[in-house]
Design a protein. Sequence first.
Length: 191
Amino acid sequence: MLVSCLRKVGKFLKNHAWYKIYRITLWLVFILYLCFSSYLLLFQRIATRVMNYFNGIYTNPYVYTSSESSRYIDNFLANSNLVPFRNTIRYITESDHFSILFIFNNIVGNILVFLPLGLLLPLLFPRHRKFILLLLTVTCFTILVEITQITLQIGQFDVDDLILNVIGGMAGYWFAKLLMDNVKIKSQLFM
């Protein structure tokens, strides 16, 4: 059913005027996605820290800061998980210590936030239709977000987040691939 629906959409968009509308819409969705994901991953946390500061709350809810050491490396190690799936397994096995919303955000949310990136990049940029290039792009973008969070002290560096983000990006890629493989007018729609 999905395949026949995609073919009908492809035939409908064969008209050149509709193709331009399709491309403009795709770019708008991509820009909105970048704004929304940047807000979720960075700016919301920065705003929380600023608001806490102005309200007289000087503790940082996102990172553990040691009063014993002010060295950056010590703070990095205290706020990093470099063991794959350590936190994810902990969230599941110790679920009585965490809310369902917290577990959902940290597992499913990390997958869902990068799924649109994996979907939109191949649709917008033909170079990113190659699996390896998209994998590298999503991985680099995820590492950039994790490093930014730990550097600005608005989050922790978690290898689980990196893995789940890349899984989300690759799921988006496979959906884009399914879309491109099943729309008959690939040359027109996916230039």
